[in-house]
Design a binder for this molecule. Structure first.
Ligand code: GDP
Length: 364
């Protein structure tokens, strides 16, 4: 169900499928439902839900992923019809974040986002909670999985809020360490280049190409939740750092915006941004706009930017040409075939700040 056009719904579903594959699922089928309002009981409405049940039975799917946010009662209602697990978009993204968060800060941010997502849903779980009334209530068994009834839920809520406050303090305390690192780098005046862009645009592939870093590349959104920093060199031997950032997604759930933005601090501090764009995507220009909006939000709008128009091997030449003409600083590449990468290396070399002349004199 979508407020937008059918085409928007299909683009969104395509991304959802990519997200699901990132989370390790195999995508079997997709269904689009048009209606004025989501059904309060089953989200899809009973007719469509039954159709979905048949698709589930025919494909042998074990999970249904809904490209929207479901109320807890809708999720249960739909599960009762389709007889398999139902998760929503936010749940899926949280799952991926949890899988891929590696740094202490990344983990703390993901946990905070998970708790924020969980908190308003506790009441809706009352039913399943009371079924476990006699069950063990081991500490740390998973918040919300213990104890029945409203009082218990209130207690859990309080615990969650306490935990969230603690996480916020921890995250705030981690910032100075990063600041210090950054200042040190500034002092050493090593130019920094940040790679940013949508999920699946080819950021990790490009990082590999530019650094031979052996960073994990997979058809995986968020393979790079934690900022990874590598060393690279211009063709004439000037060293710089190259950092990969977490990918953008369409309609990022609000609970995740903070976690997402703080991973983009690297971008706000960079000397140059490589804004990677998938030229074979149905709406590359819309993606460029959305990424730029976030650059503005994090105060990175004045940092020099190269639009790296990637996947030219798979793109419509007409679209490539159109973007090349409309945007100021475009380099057309294919991280897959290697096309355009030398030109990109040259452009990076021209765009990063040069060490002071006095430093040049020190070099024999
Ligand atoms: P990231 O999510 O932005 O880091 O993107 P990845 O580097 O993981 O690439 C996402 C997918 O796009 C992978 O399946 C890559 O093999 C593929 N890909 C990356 N660059 C190119 C390219 O230039 N051409 C084509 N056809 N596919 C590419």
């Amino acid at each position: 169900w979508t407020e937008g056009t059918l085409e928007e719904a299909e683009n969104s579903l395509r991304e959802l499928a990519a997200l699901a594959e990132t989370a390790g699922s195999e995508v079997l089928d997709g269904i689009v439902q048009r209606r004025l309002k989501p059904d309060p009981a089953t989200f899809l409405g009973s007719g469509k839900a039954k159709e979905l049940r048949d698709v589930v039975a025919a494909t042998g799917a074990d999970t249904v992923i809904v490209d929207s946010e479901l109320a807890p009662s809708q999720r249960r209602g739909l599960e009762d019809v389709v007889k398999v697990k139902v998760i929503d978009r936010t749940g899926l993204i949280l799952d991926i974040f949890a899988q891929h968060a590696k740094s202490k800060e990344g983990k703390a941010q993901v946990e905070l986002a998970q708790l924020e997502y969980l908190l308003p849903r506790l009441r809706g779980w009352g039913e399943s909670l009371s079924r476990q009334a006699g069950g063990r209530a081991a500490a740390g068994e998973g918040i919300g999985s213990r104890g029945p009834g409203e009082t218990k839920i209130e207690l859990d809520r309080r615990r969650i809020r306490t935990r969230m406050a603690k996480l916020r303090r921890e995250i705030a305390a981690m910032k100075p360490a990063r600041e210090t690192k950054r200042l040190n780098r500034r002092r050493n005046s090593v130019p920094s280049v940040a790679i940013a862009g949508y999920t699946n645009a080819g950021k990790s592939s490009l990082l590999n190409r530019l650094t031979d870093a052996g960073v994990l590349v997979e058809n995986a959104l968020f393979a790079t939740l934690d900022p990874t920093v590598r060393r690279a060199q211009t063709p004439d031997g000037i060293g710089y750092t190259l950092s990969d950032t977490v990918g953008f997604v369409r309609s990022l759930p609000t609970q995740l915006v903070e976690a997402f933005r703080s991973t983009l601090e690297e971008v706000a501090d960079a000397d140059l941004i490589l804004h990677v764009v998938d030229a074979s995507h149905p709406d590359p220009e819309g993606q460029i706009r959305a990424v730029r909006q976030v650059f503005t939000d994090i105060d990175a709008q004045n940092i020099p930017e190269i639009i790296v128009l990637n996947k030219v091997d798979a793109a419509d030449p007409f679209v490539v040409e159109r973007i090349r003409q409309r945007e100021r600083n475009v380099v057309v590449v294919s991280a897959r075939t290697g096309e355009g990468l030398d030109a990109l290396r040259e452009r990076i070399s021209e765009s990063i700040p040069r060490p002071e002349t006095v430093l040049d004199l020190l070099v024999p």
